[in-house]
Structures are given as C-alpha cells and as structure tokens.
Write a protein that binds this ligand. Structure first.
Ligand code: F6P
Length: 342
C-alpha cells in the first residue's frame, strides 16, 4: 500500500486495518514509501505485524508521503516495472483526488490492480459522504475558534481565522458552525468583503463588540464591484498536480475589515496544525472501516474500486466516479452557517 498527497490523521489506522485484514486473508503486505515516488524509485519495505502494531492513534503516516505524479514526470513505465519486479499482486492507494486520480488512470489505461481509500482533511472527494481526517481537522479548528472567542471578547477585537480546505469550504463551514462564527467566507459562496463588514457592524450595533470571522484559504477576496482578488501565495507556485499553493487570504481580509469598520482586528492562520497529531475516535473508526473494506476488495480481486461511506454503510464505488468532480459545500450547509451571521 502507499499513502500519497498531504498527510492526514487516520492514515496509520488505515495501514493497520489493511494489514490486519490482509494477514487474515493469508496475504503478505508491503509498504511503498513516499507515495507514488516510492513506486517510481522502488522504495519498498515490509509491513509485518510488528511494523503495524501500536500505530492506531499516531498522526502522519509510517510509510511517508509525497505529491509525486508519475504521469507528470513520465515515469509510469518505472511504476509498472518496479511493481512487477517486487512481485506485487495488488496496490491499496490511500489518498485524495490527486493520488486516487493517478490510481484511476493506471487502472483505466494499464489495467493496474489498484483499490483506493479516500483520505483528505478537505473532505472534497466525490462519491463518499466523508473522508477520514476531516473530523480531526474540524475538531482542531473548532477548538481554536473556542479559544479565540475568549481573547476576542477580552480585547473587543475582530478575530479572523484562516483554515485549510483548498478549493472547498468544508472545514470552514463545519468548524464555523460548531464554533459559533459570526461570518464565514468560503470559495463556493463568496460573500463580498463589504457584506462581511456589514455583518460585523450589525453585530457590534447589537452591543456585541467582538467578532469571529472564519475564512477558507481558497476564498478569493470578492468585492461589491465584482472585482475578485487572489492574495498572498495563492497566485504563485504549483505542485505536480497543478495546484497553486494557498494561504494568506486571512491577513489581507483582516486588514480590509479593520480599515473599513475601524474595529481592531487580528488574524490566526491555523495551517498544518489542522493536519497534525492524533486522529479523533470518529476518524480512527472510519479509517479502520475503510482499511478493512480495501483489503476485502483486494482479496476479491475487485480492482478500480474505492471504499466509500454512504450513510452508515461502507460500500465501494468506482475510482473514476470518485475522482471525476470535486465535492463542494452545498448551499443548504451554508444556509445553516448564515443563520448565525451578524
Ligand atoms: O489537501 C490537504 C491540504 O492540507 C490543503 O488543505 C492545503 O491547501 C494543502 O494540503 C497544503 O499542502 P502542503 O502540505 O503541501 O503545504
């Protein structure tokens, strides 16, 4: 198995579950180090009962990860050669849209024996209700919002909290609802800077002289005039999957709010704290269930599939379906958040 893309709480729980179930099916298990890079370079290690013992609560991934894309680097032949050379029969790819996009294409074009497990704190993968890692990120962000409330209130300040999520606002909306945010800005429903400021003013007119604003890193500063502006590092570097490096919108938004409302404003960028450390019990359980399903799919030879959560059930869906579109925040979720604006 391999873990690809940004790391995520719960990866080790999947590794443990895939291992334990595969041993009981009578299979041997190996770990590919550092995502697709490990198959390009032949970085393969044994994963026996000892290696996967005691890892359930550990954050990160014991086999490492990377954002290598073999299609981008013309190294698909090396992936196939190393796979053959190591006498592997199947691959469990644990990742988000990028890692699983590579898996889907390998299956489609090369009949590669791969199954997927949906990982990402962003929760933006289609065909599954939730990805593992998301609950932990939301828990961390909510705790930060709770803590910012008390200092915001003591100093009569506006606190802007920038959270991750790439081009979707799942973490912002869920942590914002859970933490009682007064305004939430996300890429899918971009309210303008002016609207955000008037919500804050409305709140302060009600006698409340502090506010919490949650902004998703992928939100573009949007103005009543129709102008939209990328800030910070958003417009620069891209990775091998063509993603721009996000981050920085929170600081710019805080400056705009202070200049337009006159209220003292501070910014907190949560960053990679949201991805670090131990997974929540909910993520450990979801990751474990996904891992068992992936191992069963391998044992049954049902490749090109991904473990998914539908309601309370773990099912399987095609990798193509899972990677065809990005799962964005539906308007109904944003309506829940909006009921508490201002
Ligand atoms: O996809 C997970 C994620 O944490 C995004 O929310 C964020 O934009 C990105 O990864 C950060 O990537 P990196 O770890 O490469 O800085």
């Amino acid at each position: 198995m391999l873990t690809g893309g940004g790391d995520c709480p719960g990866l080790n729980a999947v590794i443990r579950a895939v291992g334990r179930r595969s041993f009981s099916h009578g299979h041997e298990v190996l770990g590919i180090r550092a995502g697709w890079k490990g198959l390009v370079e032949g970085l393969i290690q044994p994963l026996g009962p000892r290696e996967i013992s005691g890892i359930l609560p550990r954050g990160g991934t014991i086999i490492g990860t990377s954002r290598t894309n073999p299609f981008k680097t013309n190294s698909v032949d090396r992936v196939l050669a190393n796979f053959r050379e190591a006498s592997l029969d199947a691959l469990v790819a644990i990742g988000g849209e990028d890692t699983l996009g590579v898996a889907a294409r390998l299956y489609r074009e090369q009949d590669f024996p791969v199954v997927g497990v949906p990982k990402t704190i962003d929760n933006d993968l289609a065909a599954t209700d939730y990805t593992f890692g998301f609950d932990t990120a939301v828990t961390i962000a909510t705790e930060a919002i709770d803590r910012l409330h008390t200092t915001a209130e003591s100093h009569n300040r506006v606190m802007v909290v920038e959270v991750m999520g790439r081009h979707t606002g799942w973490i912002a909306v869920m942590s914002g609802i859970a933490g009682g945010a007064d305004v939430i800005l996300i890429p899918e429903q971009p309210i303008t800077v002016e609207q955000a400021c008037s919500e804050i003013r409305r709140r302060h007119e009600r006698g409340l002289d502090f506010s919490i604003v949650v902004v998703s890193e992928g939100y573009e500063l949007t103005y009543d005039s129709g102008e939209r502006r990328l800030v910070g590092e958003q417009a620069r570097e891209t990775d091998q999957f063509g993603h721009v490096k996000l981050g920085g919108v929170g600081g710019e938004l805080a400056r705009e709010i202070e200049a337009r409302t006159g209220f003292e404003t501070r910014v907190t960028v949560l960053g990679h704290v949201q991805r670090g450390g131990s997974p929540t019990p909910r993520d450990r359980v979801l990751a474990t269930r996904y891992g068992l399903k992936a191992a069963d799919l391998v044992d049954e030879g049902r490749f090109g599939r991904m473990a998914a959560l539908h309601g309370d059930d773990i099912v399987d869906v095609s990798l193509d379906e899972a990677t065809a579109t990005l799962k964005t925040v539906p308007p109904a979720w944003y309506e829940v958040a909006k009921a508490f604006f201002g």
